[in-house]
Design a protein around this ligand. Structure first.
Ligand SMILES: CC(C)(COP(=O)(O)OP(=O)(O)OC[C@H]1O[C@@H](n2cnc3c(N)ncnc32)[C@H](O)[C@@H]1OP(=O)(O)O)[C@@H](O)C(=O)NCCC(=O)NCCS
Length: 289
């Protein structure tokens, strides 16, 4: 049966939701964003049709003032995997990116997602950076914070001003937020600030740690946070602080992103339940010009 690649529309929703239902044991976030992707002016969602049904989809979202094409939501129906459909869609998104005169395409994937990593290699993407990721049930009891650690809320503009003076706590100048990545800028922080709150600590008036976090629906609440710090103490303090916030926000699951050099610390942490899942997220980029 021949396969055709084309833009998907609201009429394809049942097929797309069926693919999503069969992905990651139903924990796929796609149903929560599908209407935005189908209707958003910045999104171009493509699908592969075989016979009567759409059996694969992927979205290209234009971000960072038209500079970057963010590739997301690549899904192939389990009955149609390993037949080259993800390959076909990746090629389609690259062509769309060229037509839109984007400077680069980017996406993130788990380091253990072999197909996704292979697609990057095949289509000329390079690895920009790697960050640590932890998924776990929320601990029954949040850790106690040491009295000397002071973390407070801040607005995007203040965080930006502080990072202008000391940006080296953000490796590669890339802010990773909920498996997405943006170059450090005031606009990026404001975008992140639409759903997340910023928490900072200062040392001698300079920023020594930062986290941003929000309770994400999936559909149960997942405390989703990213930590940046100039050392172990800041990382640990922000981690403990976020565990406290996850409890206050009644989240059942936590997902944390942090500098991969602290991975061992998260592996060993006594604060989180044993059935944790620790992996790494890769940020991949393909230059277009
Ligand atoms: C990842 C996914 C999109 C791949 O779709 P697919 O149509 O099966 O992939 P393709 O057939 O186009 O294969 C692309 C490449 O990956 C390889 N590949 C595909 N599945 C693989 C697997 N499970 N393990 C190892 N390699 C795999 C293929 O061999 C091919 O490489 P090759 O050309 O060198 O042989 C699909 O498995 C899926 O929907 N997974 C769940 C959602 C997901 O992980 N999405 C991507 C990250 S957000």
């Amino acid at each position: 049966m021949s396969a055709r690649t084309r833009r998907v529309t609201a009429a394809d929703k049942p097929d797309i939701l069926e693919i999503s239902r069969l992905t990651w044991e139903g924990h796929d976030y796609l149903p929560l964003v599908l209407d935005d992707w189908l209707n958003g002016e910045d999104s171009k969602m493509y699908g592969v049709r075989v016979g009567e049904h759409v059996i694969a989809v992927a979205n290209l979202r234009v971000i960072e003032n038209g500079k970057t094409g963010w590739m997301e939501g690549l899904r192939v129906h389990p009955d149609h995997r390993r037949k080259g459909y993800a390959d076909l869609l990746t090629q389609k998104l690259i062509e769309a990116g060229k037509q839109l005169h984007l400077q680069r395409l980017r996406y993130t994937t788990g380091i253990d997602n072999e197909a996704s990593v292979r697609l990057a290699e095949k289509h000329g993407f390079t690895r920009l950076c790697e960050v640590g990721v932890l998924f776990a049930p929320r601990p029954r009891k949040a850790p106690k914070m040491k009295a000397h650690v002071s973390i407070r809320e801040a607005e995007a503009a203040e965080v930006y001003a502080l990072l202008q003076r000391k940006s080296n706590i953000i490796p590669h100048g890339v802010l990773v937020h909920d498996w997405k990545a943006l170059d450090l800028s005031l606009e990026a922080l404001q975008t992140i600030g639409k759903d997340s709150k910023f928490h900072i600590s200062l040392k001698d008036d300079e920023i020594s740690s930062l986290s941003f976090a929000y309770p994400r629906r999936r559909p149960d609440l997942m405390w989703t946070f990213t930590i940046y710090a100039d050392g172990l103490e800041g990382t640990l303090s922000q981690f403990a602080y976020n565990l406290i916030l996850s409890e206050r926000n009644n989240c059942t699951v936590i997902m944390g992103t942090y500098d991969a050099k602290y991975e061992a610390l998260f592996q060993k942490s006594k604060w989180i339940p044993k059935n944790r899942w620790i992996t790494r997220l890769l940020l991949l980029e393909r230059k277009m010009q």
